[in-house]
Design a protein around this ligand. Structure first.
Ligand code: SF4
Length: 381
């Protein structure tokens, strides 16, 4: 069964259809497309059918026992995923699988709830009890959604994308385009329960979304609520993680099994630029570690890289070289739309290097580097 798509998309984004005639796109986004077309069950649905033999919500289990349960359940999950991705298990057959009392997804939810009480979801590792106070990301014990809609401006294979904008962020980019929801007023949106979040996803899918696009701000601080929403979500839809990838190892462990397509934002080629422009430590090692983990997890991937003016050598070149070396099968969106925003507009003398748009020469140089490295960028840029 093919999902319903609003007819106007043919007019607004004809490339959302023509992009699938490219064999490289078809091959690299094979899993995502099969879930999008309802041929295969999304990974979160497979996690729900993977049984565990203990109650993960029991307070009698220590953290390390719960992690062991998670590790053990992953083996069962991976064999189910292998079956689905190798043409065995389709969506119809999935429906006939038994639903266990407790599943791999329950273990993830139980672990995420515990992490919320001493938050280490990202590399800031604030260790605050988020039900009582907020950490660096400015988000507390509830999901905050600022808006959700069918986004028509994302990469061609993704639109219409059922995008959910969460509040707060763990980076402080001086040129942030969503600074109102990420930094200025992160709690200004709607507080939503996991059940309501599931309902939002259901509605987006039923009105034609090809995927659920978790973005912000940043979705990482919302991981416990997103995982819990998947317990209630009963429609098949690819889960898309649109993130700065500054998660902790533990957070990656929790989400890597339930994401069908990754959309990492790989900004900087070194820690110095990351610290100055996004106020973040250990950027490069953290983000490359997480992208690699996501790449190996079995989901598909489109990496985004925004070309910053004056940063082609220190950032663009290093980012593209890393991608070519480590994740050669991804598609890359080389983004040319940078414009000065937020603090760069307010303090142009402090951020003189990025207080302008990139020149045509800089963008052409970025494309030239990508071509030299054999990176596929054109279908999604
Ligand atoms: S998500 Fe990151 S920034 Fe937010 S409280 Fe947790 S560790 Fe701190």
């Amino acid at each position: 069964m093919h999902v319903y798509e609003p007819p106007e998309i043919y007019l607004l984004r004809p490339d959302a259809y023509t992009v699938w005639s490219d064999p490289v796109v078809l091959e690299r986004l094979r899993w995502y497309r099969s879930v999008m077309l309802d041929e295969k069950p999304a990974r979160f649905l497979l996690a729900k059918k993977t049984p565990v033999d203990a109650d993960p919500y029991s307070s009698g289990l220590e953290d390390k026992e719960l992690w062991r349960l998670h590790e053990k359940a992953r083996r069962g999950f991976e064999s189910l995923f292998r079956e689905a991705s190798e043409d065995g298990l389709d969506l119809g057959e999935y429906g006939r699988l038994e639903t266990p009392r407790y599943s791999f997804l329950d273990v993830k939810v139980a672990l995420a709830r515990r992490m919320l009480r001493r938050c280490t979801l990202c590399e800031w590792r604030c260790r605050v009890d988020r039900t009582r106070m907020r950490g660096f990301c400015l988000i507390g014990g509830e999901a905050v959604v600022h808006s959700y809609f069918h986004h028509m401006g994302e990469e061609a294979p993704l639109v219409p994308s059922g995008t959910i904008f969460y509040g707060g962020c763990n980076l402080r980019c001086v040129y942030c385009q969503n600074w109102d929801i990420s930094q200025a007023d992160p709690l200004g949106g709607e507080r939503v329960s996991p059940q309501r979040l599931a309902l939002i996803q259901r509605r987006l899918r039923e009105t034609g979304a090809r995927n659920i696009n978790h973005v912000g701000g940043e979705p990482t601080p919302h991981i416990p609520f997103i995982l819990e929403s998947l317990l209630y979500l009963d429609v098949n839809v690819p889960q898309l993680w649109n993130s700065n990838m500054y998660m902790s190892r533990e957070a990656m462990e929790l989400i890597r099994d339930v994401i069908d397509i990754w959309l990492p934002d790989f900004k900087y080629g070194n820690d110095r630029c990351a610290k100055r422009l996004s106020y973040v430590n250990n950027y490069y090692s953290t983000v490359t570690r997480n992208i690699l983990e996501a790449y190996r997890s079995g989901g598909d991937m489109i990496i985004r890289h925004l070309v910053l003016p004056g940063h082609v050598e220190c950032c663009t070149r290093r980012v593209l070289e890393w991608i070519a070396r480590n994740t050669p099968r991804v598609l890359v969106n080389i983004m040319d739309q940078y414009r000065p925003e937020y603090k760069v507009l307010r303090y142009p003398d402090r951020f003189r290097d990025i207080a302008r748009r990139p020149t045509r020469e800089e963008i052409m140089e970025a494309y030239r580097i990508a071509e030299e490295l054999g990176i596929v960028y054109e279908p999604v840029s």
